[in-house]
Ligand binder design. Sequence first.
Ligand code: GLY
Length: 387
Amino acid sequence: MDVLIVGAGAIGAASAWRCAQRGLTVTLVDPEPGRGAWHTAAGMLAPITELHYTETPLLTLNLDSLARYASFAAEVSEESGLPTGYRETGTVAVAWDGADLAALRDLHAFAQRLGARAELITGRELRTLEPAVAPGLPGALFAPGDHQVDPRLLHAALLEAGRRRGVQTVLSNASIVTDGARVTGARLSDGTVCSAGTVVLAAGCWSASIDGLPYGTAPPIRPVKGQTLRLRLPGPPLLEHVVRGAVKGTPIYIVPRADGRLVVGASTEEAGFDRSPRAGAVYELLRDAQSLVPELGEAVLDEVCTGLRPGSPDNAPLVGAGVLDGLVLATGHYRNGILLTPVTADGVAALITYGALPEVLAPFAPNRFADVNGSIERHLITNGGGT
Ligand code: GLY
């Protein structure tokens, strides 16, 4: 085959579909696609309201991917016959108190300097925009371009679009097969070796622990646990926009779906590969969501969901050629995997087809961590092997 993609999450499924559209033969390999971070993600497409001051290089990439979303979602739906839940709702980041409002003013000035769309609104304007938000809040930042998609619908549509283009999905673990410094394919759980012109590593938080990668070549990815809740309220939808905030410093967001269901998220926990739901996180999410939108106290709690974000040392993804020939990385998207799905898939397909990544992905080449990998390798050699 031309391309074997390890990991059938949103990034892997979208990359497979884009590659197949270009006439490549593609296989997706994943032991359990449903464990991917996409299954827990709320699907906020929020470059502005999720902006962190230390992550400005990422903003350009996030805005680029957001600009692709409307046509990406339409094309996935057209090719799959399935909805994606893409909605141009806009987002309000509400201030909990005066200190929050000052922080939102800073964010507004910062976003404006970077040319991003955002508007400060008063508490009164906030209540007009979203009457269900708690009274008395001092104001908000409105980002009319921060939208949402339903990751579960999107993922199903991507798999179906890929299937219709001939993508094969194999439920199996995979270990990387090399020939010298070249990756030549992957070995499945039943021992079958699949040869491929290119192997794409898109295994999310498991990308560093795939068997078969030589010492020093695994990407520096770690799991960062997140919990989300699915709520439901009878009657008309409670909110029109995504609502975010920080209640006494703890971030919280509420993402309203078109049918009235709501996704509340998310905890951020360094807990290794543990995916068990933590009672305290559920309590804090419900408490803070209800502080922002009191009526949520009446909602039905449909689901508690736990996933593992693929964190990288600088919170930005690794997209591009790996240190081994024949290997492409598409991993480490941390909090922005769903937002960055279109640009990553386009980039992977362009790299494999034409040998070049779009310019906007250049700062996210995996080799920016060559020193990290080098030190890991040196450490392992010095210590006579590793775990
Ligand atoms: N992007 C939302 C989250 O990571 O919780």
